[in-house]
Design a protein around this ligand. Structure first.
Ligand SMILES: C[S@@+](CC[C@H](N)C(=O)[O-])C[C@H]1O[C@@H](n2cnc3c(N)ncnc32)[C@H](O)[C@@H]1O
Length: 536
C-alpha cells in the first residue's frame, strides 16, 4: 500500500521525493556529461514468441534475428511501424534526444567467453566484450567492478553536516524542504568538482540521525540483556555490521550504548564489513575505540564467529544481485538467463536450462520450504498454461522472475560463519518504477541532467546505473529460517525470525518525541514506510 510519505512531492521539484528513491533528483546546475549514459534496449516480448519446438538444450535468445525494439514497445507493434515513425513512449521521453536505439554492428558469430563478476574484477579495467555471464554476475559487475562499477565511480551517501532539530520544523514538508535544499547543494558541488553527474543516496540512518541508529541500538541492547538473562551469562555485546556506509549507524549505536549503558559499552566489540575501500577509509575516521573494519564483501567472508553476536544490515541487500529465471509454459520447468555482451557492447539476454549450482540450490531450498508451498507468481496455473498453448503465437516462456540468489548466499554465510547470530536487517519491500512485467523486479536508474531517469531493463551500460531490488521479506524470512534456524537434527528451532514494518519497529524502539515536528507529524514513523525489518 502506498502511503502519504511514499508519494509525497515537492512542488519546487520536477521529480518526487519518495522514500523508495535513493536519490532526490534536482533540476538545474548540472550540465550533460560528455560521457552520456546509454541505456541499452531489450525486448520484453521476443522470446515469448519463439517456436515452441525450439530445443531447451540450446540457448534461447531474446532477440535473435529480430530488429531490436526501443524500450516500452511490444514486438507486434514494432513490426507494423516503420523504423523512422516509431512512437516513443515511456520514461525516456524526457531525454529522448540522448537515448537512442544503438545501431548494432555486433557479430553474433564471434564466440563469447563465459565469465563471472569475480573474473571481470580481476581481469578487466573496461567493460568487457564478447563475453557472457549469468544475470547476477552481470549486475554484480555493473555495480561493484572496482574499475568501472557504479559504486566505484558514481554513488555517495548523503549525510547532513549536523543532525536535524526536528522540533524546529513546522511539519514534515518543511523538513523535506530543508533536506532537499541541502541535498541539491551537495549534488551541485559534486557535479562541479567531478564534471560527471553523481548520484547521492539518502538513507534513514543519515536523515534521521542519531535517532534511527539509537532505535536500532535500543532493540539490540534489550535483546542482548534478555539473551544474557536466559543464558545466565555475562557475555559482551558483539556487533557485526555489513555495509556501514559513512559509519553513521556504527557511531549512533555506539553513542547510545556509551551514554545509556556504560557497563555494556566497556566491553562492546563492533565490527564493520565493508566492500568499498573508500567507505571503509571513511569509517576508520570515526572516533570510536575498539572498532574493527574489514574491507571485503560479506559474500567472501570466511572467518568463523562462534560467540553470540548481532548481525546488522541496513539498506545493503537491495543491491545484492539477482538471477533471472523464466518457466517453460508447457512443462513448468525453469530456465536460467545469461547476458551476452557482443563485440560492439550490445547486450542480449539468452536462456539455457538451469545449471548454475547457486540457482539450483535456491530453487530447491524454496521448493522444500516447510509450510505452504511457494508458488512463483510468474508461473500461471497448469490449466491456464494448457489453454494458452492453444492460441496462435503462444509464448513458450513465462515472464521473468528475479530470484535473490545473493541474499540466499548471505543466509548461507550467516549459517556457516555466524552460527549464533541474531539478525537486524532492514530494506525496501516495495519500490516505484521497477522494471515492468517481471516478478520481484529491480529499479534501474541513473541521474541525468539533474533528474533521475528510470529504465525498463537491466541490460544497460555497466557502471552508469544503480540497480536495486525490493525484498520480498515474507519469502526471505522463510528461506532464512530454513537456512539458519534449524537445529543440528534439522528441526526448526524456536528462535524463528519475524518481519515488521519500519513504523512498527520505530513504535517499539524509537525515542519518538525527538523526531516529532511541531504539527505532530513524525518522519521516523512516516518516511520510509516502504521499509521492513527482518529480526531474529
Ligand atoms: C546504501 S549504502 C547503506 C549504508 C548504511 N548502511 C546506511 O544505512 O546509511 C550500502 C552499503 O553497503 C555496502 N555494500 C554493498 N554490498 C556489500 C557487500 N557485498 N559486502 C559488504 N558491504 C557491501 C556499500 O558499500 C555501502 O556502504
Amino acid at each position: 500500500m502506498l502511503t502519504a510519505a511514499f508519494t509525497r512531492t515537492q512542488s519546487s521539484r520536477s521529480v518526487a521525493w519518495r522514500a523508495g528513491q535513493r536519490s532526490i533528483a534536482t533540476r538545474g546546475a548540472t550540465k550533460p556529461s560528455k560521457a552520456k549514459p546509454k541505456p541499452k534496449p531489450q525486448s520484453q516480448q521476443q522470446s515469448q514468441s519463439q517456436p515452441q519446438s525450439q530445443s531447451q538444450s540450446q540457448p534461447q535468445s531474446q532477440s535473435q534475428s529480430q530488429p531490436r525494439p526501443q524500450v516500452g514497445h511490444k514486438r507486434d507493434e514494432l513490426q507494423q511501424i516503420p523504423e523512422t515513425e516509431k512512437p516513443f513512449t515511456g520514461y525516456f521521453d524526457a531525454v529522448r534526444d540522448i537515448i537512442r536505439m544503438p545501431v548494432t554492428t555486433a557479430d553474433p558469430n564471434i564466440p563469447s567467453k563465459r565469465v563471472t563478476a569475480e573474473y571481470c574484477s580481476a581481469h578487466f579495467k573496461q567493460t568487457p566484450r564478447n563475453v557472457s555471464m549469468l544475470t547476477r554476475d552481470f549486475i554484480s559487475d555493473s555495480l561493484y567492478n572496482p574499475a568501472y562499477g557504479y559504486f566505484s565511480k558514481q554513488a555517495l551517501i548523503f549525510s547532513p553536516k549536523r543532525a536535524y532539530d526536528f522540533g524546529s520544523f513546522r511539519d514534515s514538508a518543511d523538513f523535506l524542504g530543508t533536506v532537499g535544499r541541502q541535498y541539491e547543494e551537495m549534488e551541485c558541488e559534486l557535479d562541479d568538482v567531478r564534471n560527471i553527474p553523481r548520484q547521492l543516496w539518502h538513507t534513514p540512518t543519515e536523515l534521521l540521525k542519531p535517532w534511527y541508529g539509537r532505535s536500532v541500538a535500543r532493540h539490540i541492547v534489550r535483546q542482548h540483556k534478555a539473551d544474557c538473562a536466559a543464558r545466565h551469562s555475562d557475555d559482551p555485546l558483539v556487533i557485526y555490521e555489513m555495509g556501514g556506509g559513512n559509519g553513521t549507524l556504527m557511531a549512533d549505536i555506539l553513542g547510545y550504548v556509551r551514554d545509556e549503558e556504560p557497563a555494556i559499552y566497556a566491553r562492546v566489540k563492533y565490527n564493520l564489513i565493508e566492500i568499498s575501500a573508500k567507505l571503509a577509509r571513511k569509517q576508520l575516521g570515526r572516533q570510536f575505540e575498539g572498532v574493527r573494519i574489514v574491507n571485503k564483501s560479506i559474500l567472501e567472508w570466511n572467518e568463523r564467529v562462534d560467540e553470540p553476536c548481532f548481525f546488522v544490515a541496513m539498506e545493503v541487500i537491495d543491491n545484492f544481485a539477482h538471477d533471472v529465471v523464466r518457466y517453460d509454459y508447457e512443462t513448468g520447468e525453469p530456465v536460467q538467463a545469461f547476458v551476452r555482451v557482443y563485440d560492439d557492447g550490445e547486450l542480449e539476454e539468452l536462456y539455457e536450462p538451469v545449471a548454475d549450482p547457486l540457482i539450483k540450490d535456491y530453487l530447491s531450498a524454496r521448493a522444500a520450504l516447510p509450510g505452504a508451498a511457494y508458488r512463483s507468481p510468474a508461473l500461471p496455473p497448469a490449466l491456464y498454461r494448457r489453454l494458452r498453448q492453444q492460441l496462435p503465437l503462444a509464448p513458450n516462456l513465462t515472464r521473468r522472475e528475479f530470484i535473490p540468489t545473493q541474499a540466499f548466499q548471505l543466509c548461507r554465510v550467516l549459517r556457516d560463519w555466524f552460527p549464533r547470530h541474531r539478525l537486524v536487517l532492514s530494506d525496501f519491500y516495495q519500490l516505484p518504477d521497477t522494471v515492468p512485467d517481471a516478478v520481484d523486479a529491480p529499479v534501474v536508474q541513473t541521474r541525468f541532467d539533474g533528474n533521475m531517469v528510470p529504465c525498463e531493463t537491466y541490460l544497460v551500460q555497466p557502471g552508469w546505473f544503480d540497480i536495486f531490488f525490493p525484498t520480498n521479506f515474507e519469502l526471505l524470512k522463510r528461506v532464512y529460517d530454513a537456512t539458519c534456524r534449524r537445529d543440528a537434527a534439522g528441526a526448526d528451532d524456536r528462535r524463528q525470525s519475524r518481519v515488521c514494518t519500519q513504523r512498527e519497529f520505530a513504535q517499539d524502539n524509537a525515542e519518538l518525541e525527538r523526531t516529532r515536528t511541531r504539527s505532530g507529524e513524525n518522519p521516523m514513523l512516516e518516511f520510509y514506510e516502504n521499509n521492513k525489518f527482518l529480526l531474529s
